[in-house]
Design a protein around this ligand. Sequence first.
Ligand code: NAG
Ligand code: NAG
Ligand code: NAG
Ligand code: NAG
Length: 594
Amino acid sequence: MRSPQTIVTALLLSVSCVSAIWPIPVTISTGNSSLWLAQDVKFKYEGPKDSDVLTTSDICERAQAGSKFSTSIGAFVEKRINKAIERTKEDLFEYNFVPWKFHPRRTQYEPVDGGKEGSIKTVTLKLNKLDPSTKPKVGEVDESYELQIDENGAATISANSSIGILHGLESFKQLFYKHSTSKDVYTPYAPVKITDKPLIPHRGLNLDVARQWYPVEDVKRTINALAMNKMNRLHFHVTDSQSWPLEIPSMPDLATKGRYFAGATYSPADLQGILDYASDRGVQVIVEIDMPGHTTSIAEAYPELIIAKNRQPDWPLFAAQPPSGTLKLGDDPKVNEFNTNLLNDLLPRLKEHTSYYHSGGDEVNAHAYKDDPVIQSEDPQKIQPYISRFVNHIHDVVRENGMSPVVWEEMVLVWNITVKTDTLVQAWIDAESIKRITEKGYKVIAGSYKHWYLDCGKGQWLDFKMKDFDQFYPFNDYCAPVHNWRAMYSFDPLAGLTDEEKKLVIGGEAHMWSEQTDPASLDSTVWPRASAVGEVLWSGRLDAAGNNRTFEDASQRLGEFRERMLARGIQATAITQTWCHMHKGDCTFWQAGN
Ligand SMILES: *[C@@H]1O[C@H](CO)[C@@H](O)[C@H](O)[C@H]1NC(C)=O
Ligand SMILES: *[C@@H]1O[C@H](CO)[C@@H](O)[C@H](O)[C@H]1NC(C)=O
Ligand SMILES: *[C@@H]1O[C@H](CO)[C@@H](O)[C@H](O)[C@H]1NC(C)=O
Ligand SMILES: *[C@@H]1O[C@H](CO)[C@@H](O)[C@H](O)[C@H]1NC(C)=O
């Protein structure tokens, strides 16, 4: 029953609007009663066990598929959910925030300390069925969830997969606030009913850890933030021309010679730790070793495999940025052997946790292949068959390991390579790339440097000679100006596509290239701008009525979500000034005549 106190609180709360839940759910209805969360709240897991659902032949099939969890998907799911429950309690009681910023000064927006509102003592987590896999491919897993809190404090999250439960817990956390004068947390929104599911299955961030060195803890913190945003892919761009930080035990020179300094490497244990940490949070890590361009760091250990290495000062003729250099093609047996050995060392360590491997393929420089002893030509038509065999060889090894490949758009749009249909083709240039990839019938990971690049727009990292000063002043880079969160939020990867083409847009990623970002500014460069991409991918740029989502709504919710990221140790930047959050709607630009 609601006590008189609840009613008083409800009256005071009537001025506040719901600014919870980022990304916005498919449907959400909230009330205006407050409920406390009991300090000893129990999360009760109700789900099927392996023995309930798996026949012996299922178990054998899974074992043959090679997963170490094969005989026990139920145990995997239960472990994942139990860990998520522990994190949920910590986040609710230790890493929460007082939302004073989202209410006008001097309003009584929270229940009175020690008030007699009801409380939530148990949260039931109902899993309707076990996950199809520990590392579901696009389209294989149902990420939907339903969340209900009634006025008496009965709370339930139900889902058809463990990742659905994880998403439901993230939304649950966003309904609760820390109290300003007590240790308790409360929701002002009871009763709550949410039904939710993502629009697009692959929602990721591409993190370049080769141009700058990032310690493991930075990668893990980023994975944490991805999970908060209901993003489920970390694209780990782990090597490039500048450095090779990935230890490959059977080829130790690669990292010992290609790393920036001793210590700046990911050991097999570090990599396993990252994969495990991500899997616990429902994030698949897609490792990319970009080839055949972006490979100069290989020359530190294997100089015979790289042509046009660090040409100076004429590097712009050979590469998009220094140091130039590209892997030999020419059906060179040494190159194929290198790739086979590399992948057979790496992929078995990835395949427990991820169904995808990214073979790269962007910005291949034709001019450099004049230096290839077999090809001796910069004519793309002459180079094409060699690239085709090179890429397909890598993809064969990927498939032999039970995984599917990802490639950058140039492989199919510039080099006309035919890849198998399990391949995901990643766009980075613009909306036209997305369209052209789908026209070819391939599944596409949407992206656009004109909208979803986080790194650039801040100005050049190259130095200019004083004689060229006037020509380049004020030293803008290729994607200036910086894409602010509103610009990122405005990009609809589905715009201009037919219904058939839209179905092929299975993913999207924001990109964190690291020319000018390192651990010191990682969080503030990525967050909360990547959250804007996260909402477009989860909820869609358009609302249910087909209208563009508005900045007035988004800025309030994103502002609140940003406070949650701060509370959980992610140094996300402010999205507007405090007064604007306090006065929702009063910071909308008014143009005379409109
Ligand atoms: C609380 O919500 C109920 C149901 O929507 C509504 O009838 C009531 O007027 C609200 N009370 C306040 C104080 O806003
Ligand atoms: C689970 O699957 C059922 C049956 O397909 C569907 O009706 C429901 O919406 C799904 N999601 C949840 C959260 O139950
Ligand atoms: C790829 O196809 C396009 C369009 O047919 C053509 O213009 C281009 O030359 C081809 N590229 C290569 C490398 O063959
Ligand atoms: C959404 O905004 C974009 C960019 O301004 C515009 O081109 C598009 O027509 C809008 N869509 C709708 C449905 O209003």
